[in-house]
Write a protein that binds this ligand. Structure first.
Ligand SMILES: Cc1ncc(COP(=O)(O)O)c(C=O)c1O
Length: 390
């Protein structure tokens, strides 16, 4: 058979029909524990030396099915599922760095990751080196013998900066350091960092994988590295998802590319509309030719994603705009069927003082939109109404 295309692979998953029963859905193995053979065989299974399940905090058949689906879509040897995106990120990072080590990352990151790096890692004696522009050369220059991991995100949340995956991965690899990419904004449908040389890919599956009604995360990459992480820090931290949640992600993946096509088309329509609006100072969307990352995004992404941002005159204008929305919902997160509007300076980034906000490239009138699945005309009508008040 010819290699299957993405929509087909997503719709089928890796187990379209249950081998034992013929069921068209993966069974939910709702159990904490599994009967194991006594003696040496049981010990070897619990130690992760042989195949098989024994306790859901380590592994579960439903979660394993989800992990196989993700690995297949990302082009990875394996995957490890988590109970949140932050669990996946913190575990991946803590698996690689310890006291005296160094992490190289970019300045503009999802706020939760940035806070983890700034507030938790120093407590464990980890030095974090931030790059304003994580270009391949900057990564190569920042890596020292103490650097144990490079951690990058593209497109970045919420400023939509685009990082060169192939170039930075090459720079890290030449220095002998693994590199993790947060691929949450793009999903494996639009961008596959492992095919461009990254070591690991991490996702908040809370977003596009599920269509946004559950919290979860996943790490995809080399089988040996993941096996080691599962046997050690994964079980120590207790970050495995519930089997019923893994089932919801398996279900979500079946429609991922279908939803992404719509999210992307709507985001582009909104970006083009906002770019023409007199009250909008600036639009951030990698699909617009004037975006500084446009050419790079064209090379490494198949479409430009479902998220965009724009800048109004000031914080007061942003609040008037938000008050004027009737259809779009003011809420954090993204990837929902509903169009979600966020005001990072007033919500997720309020922990940052104004100076750091400006340093991060965001003015007080900065607004992020996660384009939903509605008709673009309806969303544009709502934005038009709200902008009249801004
Ligand atoms: C890019 C990115 N990575 C990771 C996370 C964290 O994921 P979770 O909220 O599932 O822990 C988020 C959450 O918004 C995010 O936007």
């Amino acid at each position: 058979m010819k290699p299957l295309k993405f929509h087909t692979r997503a719709a089928r998953g890796t187990a379209p029909v249950d081998e034992k029963t013929g069921a068209l859905s993966v069974p939910i193995y709702q159990t904490a524990s599994f009967a194991i053979p006594p003696g040496e065989a049981g010990r070897a299974r619990a130690a992760g030396e042989t195949e098989g399940f024994f306790y859901t905090r380590f592994a579960n058949p439903t979660t394993a099915a989800f992990e196989r689906d993700v690995a297949a879509l990302e082009g990875a040897e394996g995957a490890l599922a988590f109970n949140s995106g932050m669990a996946a990120i913190s575990t991946a990072v803590l698996a690689h760095v310890g006291a005296g080590d160094r992490l190289v990352t970019q300045r503009q990151l999802y706020g939760g990751t940035a806070i983890f790096f700034a507030e938790q890692l120093p407590r464990f004696g980890v030095d974090v080196s931030y790059l304003d522009d994580p270009a391949p050369r900057a990564v190569a220059e920042a890596v020292t013998p103490k650097t144990k991991l490079v951690y990058l995100e593209t497109p970045s949340n919420p400023l939509l900066n685009v990082v060169d995956i192939e170039g930075t991965s090459r720079a890290a690899r030449e220095a002998g350091v693994p590199v993790v990419f947060d691929n949450t904004f793009a999903t494996p449908y639009l961008q596959r960092p492992l095919e461009l040389g990254a070591t690991y890919v991490v996702h908040s599956t809370t977003k596009y994988f599920a269509g946004h009604d559950v919290i979860g995360g996943v790490l995809a990459g080399p089988a040996a590295g993941l096996h080691e992480i599962r046997k050690t820090i994964y079980k120590d931290l207790g970050v495995a998802p519930a089997p019923s949640i893994s089932y919801q992600f398996i279900r979500g993946l079946k429609t991922l590319p279908l939803r992404m096509d719509r999210h992307c088309a709507n985001a582009r329509a909104l970006a083009e509309f906002l770019a023409r609006h007199e009250k909008v100072k600036k639009v951030y969307y990698p699909g617009l030719p004037e975006h500084p990352g446009h050419e790079l995004a064209k090379r490494q992404m198949s479409q430009f994603g479902g998220i965009l941002a724009f800048e109004l005159a000031d914080g007061a204008a942003a609040r008037r705009f938000l008050d004027g929305l009737e259809l779009c919902v003011f809420a954090v997160s993204f990837g929902d069927a509903l169009t979600l509007v966020q005001h990072p300076p007033g919500v997720t980034h309020e922990v940052y003082e104004a100076e750091r906000l400006a340093g991060a490239g965001m003015g007080p009138g900065f607004i992020r939109i996660s384009a939903g699945l509605e008709d673009a005309e309806d969303i544009i009508a709502d934005l038009t109404r709200a902008l009249q008040r801004a």
